[in-house]
Design a protein around this ligand. Structure first.
Ligand code: NAD
Length: 365
């Protein structure tokens, strides 16, 4: 993809120590010449190894284009100081608590980061723009990265679109829905130049190993049982993370202020299909002397587990000229190979987070 942000542009990414934010920053370091500010509280799922590996190979000019700021969006005073000192031209807002099971056990973290954090950021951006030049106000963008989960659960038919009704059903998705509403309100009421993208299930390298794909891979590699929630028939629309980054960058450049785009990989699979396909691939790829599929174990379903998500991306495809480049088979192969090669990274990040891939999000009897 061509250079989108030139040398004189300052790009602020919140949540850049996370899975998707990290992929965005790596892309900005490799393909762009802008200054990049990564603002993250460094939560349990955060890791900067992927960005550091790019920086270690970069020229000193490129290293100087990147700055990390450890900051929790809940801290309004420090956020204000940081934002005014950065003086950004665009903000990609990805910082959020993201794991549904954790949101069932500890919803308050989600209220704080996803709702209060977004509110603080919007209010600070509003103040910042009020003190900026007209030229800056006209060119500035606030790009909010959200999820298809805000639209709730589909039956066997139909797809989510930009006009789907908000019907979030988990603590996670309800806090993301709240953040979408706040972004829209700050656009309509205060004229904030916003863009929202709602995307489907991302997968790819560097994802914290509590999420489905790395969880299956790591448990299979260590010969531990592989949990399949309920009957495994819940369906998700899988999007390779680099295709998502393409969509984010295109939407930020070509999208008009106030627009929303639904971004999906168009690769709908049941969890059961994903688990079996991953196990079969691992058995063949590593020529294992044990069966990964025999490790699969049906476990109690997630409370309120959404049955199906599926996105109709035709608006984004037409307006932005975006299309995913990776099929699920290609993306899955690349992801599995990466996790097999980077088992030490998974172990390191799990140890750092003091997490042993145990089950979360079950209601107490
Ligand atoms: P992630 O959990 O890997 O990373 C999130 C990052 O945000 C972490 O580094 C965390 O420390 C940071 N963060 C959280 N709260 C913060 C706060 N209060 N202040 C500063 N930093 C904070 O998540 P991800 O998978 O990279 O998701 C990024 C964004 O994309 C989220 O907003 C998520 O809702 C959205 N999204 C993700 C997916 C997916 O499949 N992963 C799908 C749709 C939308």
């Amino acid at each position: 993809m061509e250079i989108l942000f030139e040398k004189d542009k300052k790009v602020l990414v919140t949540g850049g120590a996370g899975f998707i934010g990290g992929a965005l920053i790596r892309r900005l370091l490799i393909n762009n010449s802008c200054e990049i500010f990564n603002l993250d509280k460094l939560g349990y799922a955060s890791d900067l190894t992927g960005i550091d590996s790019i920086l270690s190979k970069a020229k000193s000019d490129d290293r100087e284009r990147y700055k990390f700021i450890k900051l929790n969006l809940v801290n309004q005073k420090r956020l204000r100081e940081a934002l005014f000192s950065i003086n950004p031209d665009i903000i990609f807002h990805l910082a959020a608590e993201t794991h549904v099971d954790r949101s069932i056990d500890n919803p308050s973290e989600f209220i704080n980061s996803n709702i209060i954090g977004t509110f603080n950021l919007l209010n600070t951006v509003k103040e910042f723009l009020e003190e900026s030049s007209i030229k800056k106000r006209n060119s500035f963008r606030f790009h909010h990265i959200s999820t298809d989960e805000v639209f709730g659960s589909l039956g066997n038919k139909g797809h989510f679109t930009e006009s789907s009704r908000y019907q979030p059903r988990s603590p996670y998705s309800s806090t993301k829905a709240a953040s979408d509403h706040l972004v829209n309100a700050w656009h309509h009421t205060y004229g904030l130049p916003t863009i929202i993208t709602n995307c489907s299930n991302n997968y790819g390298p560097w994802q914290f190993p509590e999420k489905l794909l790395p969880l299956i891979i790591n448990r299979a590699l260590s010969r531990r049982s592989i949990p399949m929630y309920g009957d495994g028939l819940n369906r998700r629309d899988w999007l390779y993370v680099e295709d998502h980054i393409d969509a984010i960058l295109l939407a930020s450049k070509k999208g008009k202020v106030g627009q929303t785009f639904c971004i999906g990989g168009g690769e709908e699979k049941t969890n059961k299909e994903v688990i079996f396909q991953t196990c079969k691939f691992l058995e063949k790829y590593l020529d294992l002397d044990y069966s990964c599929t025999n490790l699969i174990k049906n476990v109690q379903d997630r409370p309120g587990h959404d049955f199906r998500y599926s996105i109709d991306s035709s608006y984004a495809r037409e307006e932005l000229g975006w299309a995913p480049k990776n099929t699920f088979n290609e993306g899955l192969k690349r992801t599995i190979e990466w996790y097999v090669k980077n088992q030490d990274w998974s172990k390191k990040i799990l140890k750092k987070a003091n997490y042993n891939i145990s089950r979360m999000g079950i209601l107490k009897e």
